[in-house]
Ligand binder design. Structure first.
Ligand code: UTP
Length: 303
């Protein structure tokens, strides 16, 4: 058994070429990744997490309708001039610092939405022969300490292996996730022995579900090139990872933090509530507003 993962990740891939059908009609014009939690779009949270983990090259896999993502990370000359002229220095700093200095963005087009595995394969030339991260921005991970990717990247570097973020899910929910079987699980990680995409509860090898953070060996590209469409007729990253297990070590990593599935309505609402209640300026007002709404709507009674 060999492993090619010995170096620290520097490049992060953000697959953002999906259709976002669960948020139609909003996603008719606004990409799902640009939906905000308070005042930052989902993509900004994922980018911040990648930069914190040490990435300086951000690779976005987009499609021809997602100009908003590229525009967001581009310089906004006119807006900056107007903010400067109006003396709005705080806002000017926010607009200028969506990316810190020295961080590079690269946009690659996925011409057809053939699946997450195919989207990752589109990054092959840009990544080359080094380990890299994949972050799905609609999985938002909230943590007061280090971000999930930093935790994983540290663990993967220490173990010279690939790593996939996992969380425990209710057994009846396995059909909504990639599910892993592991061995020797201790100190938040275990070696993956099997990974299955969306198994029925009776077929699921465990309740450990894959969450949208990966540290991957570049060997995954060769495997993706020969991966045929799987679940849902899509080229699945999970299927290529199952083949990666045959000749490299891939760890499951149970991160510290709370994950919100912002690809669903309830997940986006939950994340908004959590970030509002944790917000230094908004938390009191948000808590009052929620309490009042619950009482007014008769959801809870106060005696
Ligand atoms: P999802 O299936 O959650 O995203 O894909 P979606 O297709 O945009 O959403 P719905 O189900 O229609 O509402 C997981 C991630 O993979 C990306 C998506 O953008 C999302 O970040 N993806 C998916 C691609 O980049 N390309 C694809 O072909 C498929």
């Amino acid at each position: 058994m060999t492993s090619t993962r010995t170096r620290r990740i520097r490049k992060a891939v953000f697959p953002v070429a999906g259709l976002g059908t669960r948020f139609l009609p909003a996603t008719k014009t606004v990409p799902k990744e640009m939906l905000p939690i308070i005042d930052k779009p989902l993509i900004q949270y994922a980018v911040d997490e990648a930069i914190e983990a040490g990435c300086d090259t951000l690779v976005f896999i987009t499609n021809r309708y997602k100009h908003a993502v590229a525009d967001y990370f581009d310089k906004a000359y006119e807006l900056e001039q107007k903010l400067e002229a109006a003396g709005k220095h705080e806002q000017l700093e926010l607009v200028r610092h969506v990316l810190p200095p020295g961080v590079k963005t690269i946009f690659v087009t996925q011409t057809e939405a053939l699946g997450l595995g195919h989207a990752v394969l589109c990054a092959k030339e840009v990544i080359g022969d080094e380990p890299f991260a994949v972050l799905l921005p609609d999985d938002l991970i909230w943590n007061r300490g280090p971000g999930a990717l930093k935790q994983m990247a540290d663990a993967a570097e220490e173990n010279s292996c690939s790593a996939i973020a996992v969380q425990d899910v209710p057994h009846e929910m396995t059909g909504s996730y990639g599910i892993v079987a592991t061995q020797d699980f201790a100190n938040r990680r275990g070696r993956i022995t099997r990974i299955v995409e969306k198994p029925k509860p009776e077929d699921a090898p465990s309740d450990l579900a894959v969450v949208g953070r990966y540290v991957l060996s570049p060997r995954i590209f060769e495997l993706l090139e020969t991966t045929t469409p799987g679940a849902g007729g899509e080229i699945q990253l999970t299927d290529a990872i199952q083949r990666l297990l045959e000749d490299e070590v891939v760890d499951a990593y149970r991160f510290r933090g709370t994950r919100f599935d912002c690809g669903t309505h309830i997940g986006l609402i939950e994340a908004t509530i959590r970030y509002a209640l944790d917000h230094e300026k908004l938390s009191d007002a948000a808590a009052d507003m929620m309490r009042n709404a619950l009482v007014e709507l008769g959801v809870v009674e106060i005696s």
